[in-house]
Design a protein around this ligand. Sequence first.
Ligand code: GLU
Length: 430
Amino acid sequence: MTETSQFMRPEQHPFLGDENPFKAMMSRFDYAAELLHLDAGLYKVLRSPEKQIIVSVPILLDSGEVEVYTGYRVLYNTSRGPGKGGIRFDLGVTLDEVRALAAWMTWKCAVVNIPFGGAKGGVVCDPLTMSVGELERLTRRYTSSIIEVLGPDSDVPAPDVNTNERVMAWIMDTYSMHHRHTVTSVVTGKPVELGGSLGRREATGRGCMIVTQQALQHLGMPLKGARVVVQGFGNVGSIAAELLQQEGCVIVGASDVSGGLYSKKGLDVKDVIAWRKEHKYVSGYPKADAVTNEELLTLDCDVLLPAALENVITARNAASIKAKVIIEGANGPTAAGADEILDKKGIFVVPDILANAGGVTVSYFEWVQDRGGWFWTEAVVNERLTEIMVNSFQNVLAVSKKYNVNMRIAAYTLAIDRVASVHRLRGLYA
Ligand code: GLU
């Protein structure tokens, strides 16, 4: 990257090492934009989020008091199709984070070549301290506050951190009540009884498993016996761990917010899932050694699968990572400042916008099924998911060889090229 480049003005990006997710996204975007010789106009357009909504969400708490929460929905780019992306409920939600996540959704949908743009939403709250009734009121009021952008042809939410099928059912119902008829395709990740797709819940974890297979095959490493550490044991991490174990991998480490577990001979993933279900957290699990979350990331292993939140691999700990392969199940788990360190160590990183794209891919299948009113078997869903994940991995690998760049920059390059070409074909409406 040249210092004088129009794409990477040092005063705009003085941060390599910065952990602001939007800046982290932008620095990789800039790199790819320069590789593509993106023209200056399109560069400006693709750097700018299309629409950003901030809402106050007042709800009645069980105590009788009123509390006001802040909610966001960002539509980053909808040139390839409706906005697509999850809604998260978390205390750490910020506009910058939601904006970065919406941009990542844009590139992610383009990497797997599904006809969606990118969007994301979030509400600043601590769902673990809220009752089911409070969560339902929060979800419905947030939905009605952003209802003008939602719709099967305009913006289609899905689950993300701390939201699930039940939350999606409330969104679908709120939207449908306003429109006076049932609209299942306004949201994905719904319960199967309400038009959800078989295989959607497992899809992100399954996609991670498929790209792990691809990565190890590419590197000439055997899948059977590969030692895997999974950071985060929610919907993505626990399912990826289970599926990888079924494929013969040894899950030597796992963690959630409460702490980490290590077992040299391998954890029984089903047993850890059952323990967590009963005790809420993995810590205290008796058949493994306890490790801290920081220690877990630097355990000796073949594959590290971060599957929780942003910025767990940073310039501070990247040099100590021993894994040979990183599969980014989470969005943005690697800060921009860590990329170069991982590259120098020869670690093969399958980036988030490819590794965790299985979820949105099956969301697309769900949307297609809802609109067609014709539902597929789980075997068909998984077969089509496998085909898309394998092709996408191979496409990104081909770009990485063509430009001699790592898989992250290759994935951005492929995605930005696809989004840019749609902009060129559509032209600028003025
Ligand atoms: N929240 C998931 C993601 O970050 C799924 C998004 C979707 O299915 O729309 O990819």
